[in-house]
Design a protein around this ligand. Structure first.
Ligand SMILES: C[S@@+](CC[C@H](N)C(=O)[O-])C[C@H]1O[C@@H](n2cnc3c(N)ncnc32)[C@H](O)[C@@H]1O
Length: 303
């Protein structure tokens, strides 16, 4: 190691940058890596999308449907429309959205008339993707915050008309804790999630190697079982959209419904049952402290 290399290792970061700059001035050797950050094409939404090329999960709505992004239809999602019917629409409604990923549901909620959406995203790459979408689609009533929604809900006194928890419960260490906190910030929840089903999971070689348990758990008087789920190879993709640890804990479908009731969401309606979903059994449930709208319940063939 040269004296310069040793100094670079031990100096505080500000001094390190000054040393590198002085060294470059003396030797004339500059790094040109920063020039890779420049886009020289004509400005376009695609340029912005390509900052995260290969990491998008969802397809943008018209007139951007032909841009190269992902394939999932999260900007036109039947689950959100169905939940809207059960809750009497989103017009003038305030919403706390947990884990927006690429702002697909945020966009739908604004288009459906929400007064305001506060969307909290922990993954920095997903957060920046949300900001790109916000700019491309001109979202005006959605605010994105970077951070952990559990921390947010634990410390806020704010209340929302609806809490949207789609695709997040099965990424938690303490999923019942999420439901408890959702009941603190809102009287109504939209929950879409995978759940643990012993027969289905054990019968699937693609899924069973990721699970262990059960372990007994309690959250504010609610006793239940947790099944540990390891992300394994999913952590290798830079578009990874799970939780912030190497594993999460899954609940059974029955425990999820009982947990919702335990924390006050006594009126529940279930739709979009997919026991054979490739990533594990899943369903959607809307929970409320007050009765849900019958027009949403009638003719549920959702799924
Ligand atoms: C599977 S995606 C679901 C995206 C979208 N809500 C949907 O239903 O399609 C989960 C999202 O939640 C985010 N997330 C996971 N744990 C979080 C936490 N504790 N706080 C904030 N965001 C979190 C992930 O980064 C990811 O964007």
């Amino acid at each position: 190691l040269s004296v310069k290399d040793i100094l670079i290792r031990i100096l505080p970061s500000g001094a390190r940058v000054r040393l590198k700059t002085s060294w470059a001035l003396v030797t004339g050797k500059y790094s040109e890596g920063i020039l890779d950050a420049y886009v020289k094409d004509r400005p376009s939404p695609q340029n912005a999308l390509d900052i995260f090329k290969g990491e998008w999960s969802s397809r943008l709505p018209p007139p951007y449907e032909n841009t190269t992004s992902g394939r999932a239809d999260l900007f036109e999602d039947a689950r959100i429309r169905w939940a809207g019917k059960l809750l009497g629409g989103f017009n003038g409604v305030s919403i706390l959205e947990l884990g927006p990923l690429e702002a697909g549901h945020s966009y739908m909620l604004e288009k459906m008339g929400a007064k305001g959406v506060l969307a909290i995203e922990a993954n920095t790459r997903a957060y920046l993707k949300c900001l790109i979408v916000k700019e491309i689609l001109g979202l005006a009533r959605v605010r994105f915050l970077l951070g952990d929604f559990i921390e947010y809900m634990s410390h806020t006194d704010e209340r929302f008309d609806v809490c949207l928890a789609s695709g997040v419960l099965y990424h938690m260490q303490d999923p019942a804790g999420l439901i408890r906190l959702a009941s603190k910030v809102s009287d109504r929840i939209i929950l879409w999630t995978h759940y643990y089903d012993d027969k289905v999971i054990k019968g699937s070689p693609a899924l069973s190697h990721k699970f262990s348990g059960p372990v007994k758990a309690g959250s504010d008087g609610f006793e239940h079982c947790l099944y540990r789920h390891e992300y394994k190879s999913a952590l290798g993709w830079s578009g990874f959209c799970g939780g912030g640890e190497t594993y999460s804990n899954w609940m059974t479908r029955d425990d999820i419904i009982t947990c919702l009731e335990h924390f006050g969401f006594t009126h529940t309606v279930v739709g979009f049952e997919q026991p054979d979903h490739a990533n594990g059994p899943s369903f959607c449930v809307v929970g409320s402290r007050t009765p849900l709208k019958p027009e949403g319940i009638v003719g549920i063939s959702a799924g």
